[in-house]
Design a protein around this ligand. Structure first.
Ligand SMILES: Cc1cc2nc3c(=O)[nH]c(=O)nc-3n(C[C@H](O)[C@H](O)[C@H](O)COP(=O)(O)OP(=O)(O)OC[C@H]3O[C@@H](n4cnc5c(N)ncnc54)[C@H](O)[C@@H]3O)c2cc1C
Length: 388
């Protein structure tokens, strides 16, 4: 088969990139996915993702996040789904702690709408949280939760409606440069294209030798708990939250299913060369520890998870995503979103689509995201929990 552009991997970035590329009439765009459409194996699974604007390293990320927020809302309006839950993101921690101070200073620096809550106000507004006497709150009013499976579904629907061809259950086994084209090899045959975009998530390192040594697969677990009084945990009363207390971390999302809330410790389960080697389950002692932490922070939770799942993401050693094109512009890669990439997906997808078409996207800096920058980087010294 011959195509103008092929997108390999139709998860977070791939589905939205396919939608973006298919928007121009007459262009033959093909998407290739190893599993079915919107499956349960990708880094996008797990019902919700944290979206916040007041983040560490604001200079690099805040402008992109503000644009991403606009694009999330516009994508939601286009497909008639609420992809961004506008609950705000509540950070809770000891007064003067790094998590609170950094968030507050980035919000002030970029004039992001926010509310600083002293201890009394925090307790009055959010009595669901058990607090220490020095705990204060910071509400990022532009933050909230994203619906990842619905976002991927939306990208595929738009691409399909635009006429993109989608080949599912069709893993690419190799990508080969062939003079003025690139071939994507699958079990069904090969697709030869002018341009190829690879967004293969945790499998990217296995598919592209040029990523060898730059990525590792990190398993992350998620847990859900049933509150006794679920009405206190609805999106209008209980914002998405991030908390640090006594050396423990917990983040969570209000109820989306009417009986449970996500409350997760953001556990990272080590680094692996491939997904095949990664652990598949959360062990019981860790689960008991997470349950104790969750019901300590939120006493209304029944102290036993009603749902537990293990997920995987590709991490770059400095936790900066890899977004780059080959010298001839024919092969673009987006990889290593490092446990915090979902919120940026509409922006990174747009950058990927533009790079694939030979353009330099606004806001994209090859010195930050390019492969050469990653080859020369020092590994990150700290493990920042997912969603941060
Ligand atoms: C548990 C967890 C919690 C997270 N929380 C947050 C959060 O709160 N906020 C945030 O911003 N980010 C968060 N992240 C990070 C974010 O979700 C990921 O960085 C992002 O989803 C990665 O997107 P991706 O497109 O690289 O990978 P994926 O979404 O996994 O997509 C890769 C796709 O490629 C396909 N594929 C792979 N190999 C092939 C092949 N050979 N041929 C064809 N198809 C192939 C896969 O099947 C998959 O569909 C979290 C991640 C995890 C795992």
């Amino acid at each position: 088969m011959r195509a103008d552009v092929v997108v390999v991997g139709l998860g977070t970035i791939g589905a939205l990139t396919l939608a973006e590329l298919s928007a121009v009439p007459g262009r033959k765009v093909v998407g290739v996915e190893r599993f079915g459409p919107v499956h349960s194996h990708g880094a996008f699974t797990g019902e919700s993702r944290v979206f916040r604007t007041a983040v560490h390293e604001g200079e690099r990320y805040v402008p992109a996040l503000l644009e991403a927020r606009r694009l999330w809302k516009s994508l939601g309006a286009q497909v008639g789904r609420s992809l961004l839950l506008e609950t705000g993101v509540l950070s809770i921690g000891p007064s003067g702690s790094a998590a609170i101070e950094t968030t507050a200073s980035e919000a002030q620096r970029f004039s992001l709408p926010h509310e600083a809550l002293d201890h009394a106000e925090l307790h009055r507004r959010y009595p669901q949280h058990d607090l220490d006497s020095d705990d204060v709150g910071f509400l990022d009013l532009l933050g909230g939760g994203l619906r990842p499976e619905l976002a991927v579904l939306s990208g595929l629907e738009i691409a399909s409606a635009n006429g993109a061809e989608i080949a599912v259950r069709s893993p690419a086994t190799a990508i080969e440069h062939r003079g003025d084209a690139v071939a994507v090899i699958t079990a069904e045959g090969e697709i030869v294209a002018d341009r190829v975009v690879v967004c293969a998530g945790s499998w990217a390192g296995e598919l592209l030798p040029q990523l060898a040594g730059l990525l590792r697969v990190t398993p992350l677990s998620l847990t859900w708990f049933a509150p006794h009084q679920i009405d206190r945990f609805s999106p209008d009363r209980f914002p998405v939250f991030l908390r640090d207390r006594g050396g423990a971390h917990l983040f969570g999302v209000p109820t989306l299913d009417g009986f449970s809330i996500k409350a997760s410790a953001g556990e990272l389960w080590g680094n692996y060369a491939s997904l095949g080697e990664s652990p598949k389950e959360v062990d019981l002692p860790t689960l008991e520890h997470i349950a104790r932490t969750a019901s300590w922070f939120l006493p209304d939770l029944n102290p036993e998870p009603v749902r537990v799942s293990m997920h995987y993401d590709a991490y770059a050693s400095d936790r900066v995503p890899i977004i780059d094109s080959s010298d001839d512009g024919r092969l673009t890669v987006v990889a290593g979103l490092s446990g915090h990439g979902f919120k940026f997906a509409p922006i990174f997808s747009r950058w990927a689509a533009r790079l694939a078409l030979g353009e330099l996207p606004d806001g994209y800096d090859p010195l930050v995201y390019g492969l050469d920058a990653h080859r020369s980087c020092e590994p990150a010294s700290s493990q920042i929990p997912c969603g941060a």
